[in-house]
Design a binder for this molecule. Sequence first.
Ligand code: ADP
Ligand code: ASP
Ligand code: MG
Length: 439
Amino acid sequence: MIIMKFGGTSVGSPQRMHSLIGLIDNAEAKIVVLSAMSGTTNSLVEISQALYQKENDKAAILIDLLEKNYSNVIQELYTTESSVSKAKELLSIHFDYVRSFTRDLFTINEERAILAQGELISTALFQYLLEEKKVQSVLLPALNFMRMNENSEPDMGFISENLRLELAKHPSESLFITQGYISRNDFGEIDNLKRGGSDYTATIIGAAIGAEEIQIWTDIDGMHNNDPRFVNKTFPIAKLTFDEAAELAYFGAKILHPTCILPAKSQNIPVRLLNTMQPEALGTLISSENQTEGFRAVAAKDGITTINIKSGRMLLAYGFLRAVFEVFERYKKPIDMIATSEVAVSLTVDNTDDLENILVELNEFGIVNVETNLSIVSIVGLFPAEKPGYAGAIFDALRSIPVRMISYGGSENNISVLVETKIKKDTLLALNKGLFQLD
Ligand code: ADP
Ligand code: ASP
Ligand code: MG
């Protein structure tokens, strides 16, 4: 069994949905994970924001607009009247449901229910298309088996057991379609795996059933050596290790959800990144295979805040860092980078939800300063500790960049620097030139 995940652009138009059939209609047993059509989740987020702000008229207009887009999609997608009318009925059920929230109380639960509609619609529309084309397939409802635990981590035991039960209902079938992104939470409520979460669905499913390979099909020919949204001259990387890919995903390479490599790594299942617009391109293979040393790629993660704690007392006396870390632990906030000196410690977080409360507690330890609008730029590859030259090459490349913090030595796969977000692009360009000789 293999897993094939298709992202928003890969199902983003009737034409794209038609061309997917060519990629999945063969003898190999597979579970196909689909995202919402591109733009849909953004629209649903916008609708939810309007509803939170009690701008119900605005929400109603946005809902009508989205429904109109889908009405156009189904006219082009199908050739038979019966498929169009089935799809019309499906759309009216989903959009009436979304519309019902313009009349009721709106809380985070309603928001999660709204955000789930994109994947529910795309998978149902695609299943109808397969039926019309007489391609034998089964739609598996992700909400019957995807479940996260109280720490928002996949409940692998539950997922594996329930997914196997779902598959066992169709012993003679070999093509299964399911929704990415959506899941149930610990309370059994509808929830999601955060933006970009369909990649995570694919790797969780792959790990849950011990798939042979997990394929992430998107709109680019694999992981590039730098962020193509900011840097023109980039190239695809043929091979990455799980550790390198995990670092790149976590530190901002949008092609992968931040934590989606972990389930695949845990079961040693290769992940292949492929391009739906150019299926013959080699893409990127992520596996446990050893790598040669060297620079592989650069990625950037925005929305970083630093917290600096300066203490008159012996700051690094033992027990001090523990006390600081415990504050972050209590608020379940991961720390990305840390730098220490005799009198101060700086750390970075990407989630400022409880920042005010955290700062109140940290104030007990000394003078606290906060800075926002920062980005972590990570250089990923294999940098053996005993080999000279890597730090030198990076510092050389960043000669003209004001660097706020540096993290080196935490692992052999990552060297990170912190810069102001406004010079992130310059930093990416400088590294492209200095490390990859691309100008
Ligand atoms: P999908 O909707 O298929 O999940 P995404 O938009 O989430 O697609 O991810 C693909 C996009 O990721 C690419 O179009 C590209 O702009 C962006 N991206 C950012 N960094 C990288 C990188 N290092 N390599 C490839 N793509 C990247
Ligand atoms: N549709 C969701 C999003 O836009 C999940 C995904 O595309 O992976 O974030
Ligand atoms: Mg994505």
